[in-house]
Write a protein that binds this ligand. Structure first.
Ligand SMILES: *Cc1c(COP(=O)(O)O)cnc(C)c1O
Length: 223
């Protein structure tokens, strides 16, 4: 079996300049994260608050933590306590305003992405394209002084049809461009987080600037 080190070096070699690799380490032990860290990986993605908090205490302090899972409002305070660098998965205005309020309370500004729902599965969270465009056109996003909306995040359908996956990613990227052109303060609206182990190459071809790769680096997860 290939080691984490071998896997991640292979994945890294396929990531073009300008695309950030988020090593999705959920359900994997800290020893595996260290293997990735030791070959230079600094950005790690976790989907559960408790697990992120725990691992952030055990990993070197220059590790950057991204939160990629569904976030409950009552966990926001705990998440902000460990200097999360980016929250990918903001899927409601209620969550956005909670993050803003908690960030204000903690005296910080938090970078977030708005999650957009394009996949066929109803199980996936996120704003619809229409909701997101309405939100971007209204002044609502400007109300939040302690969050910076850096871009959008999406997951494609979990299917084998590359053409359909490509269509979904293309749609995400077009939505990103339209929103960027409507919002006034758009110089920091620069992240398109899309692409996982199986579809990252298509995502990159379609304009992803950030891929979230777990299995291809750490192997299968044991839940
Ligand atoms: C688990 C997860 C990933 C990583 O998926 P792999 O198929 O293991 O690469 C990426 N994004 C999100 C939102 C996830 O929950």
């Amino acid at each position: 079996m290939a080691t984490v080190k071998e896997n991640i070096l292979k994945v890294m070699s396929t990531i073009p300049v300008g695309v950030t690799l988020v090593a999705v380490s959920k359900f994997h032990p800290v020893e595996s994260l260290r293997e990735a860290y030791n070959v230079g990986q600094r950005v790690f993605g976790e989907s559960r608050v408790q697990e992120l908090v725990q691992k952030s205490q055990e990993m070197p302090s220059d590790t950057q933590w991204h939160f990629i899972g569904h976030l409950q409002t009552n966990k926001v305070r705990q998440l902000l306590s460990c200097n999360v660098a980016l929250i990918h998965s903001v899927d409601s205005l209620k969550l956005l305003s909670t993050i803003d309020a908690e960030a204000k309370r903690a005296g910080k500004t938090v970078d977030v992405l708005l999650q957009i729902h394009v996949a066929r599965e109803q199980t996936k969270f996120g704003f619809s394209i229409e909701e997101l465009e309405t939100l971007a056109c209204s002044a609502d996003l400007l109300l939040y002084n302690n969050v910076r909306v850096r871009g959008i995040m999406a997951m494609a359908s979990n299917i084998d049809d590359d053409n359909e996956i490509r269509k979904e990613f293309r749609c995400v990227h077009e939505t990103f461009e339209r929103i960027k052109s409507t919002i006034s303060n758009n110089s920091v609206f620069d992240i398109v987080s899309m692409g996982m182990s199986d579809d990252r190459n298509i995502a990159i071809q379609e304009g992803s600037t950030m891929v979230r790769v777990g299995t291809a680096i750490f192997g299968e997860r044991e839940y």
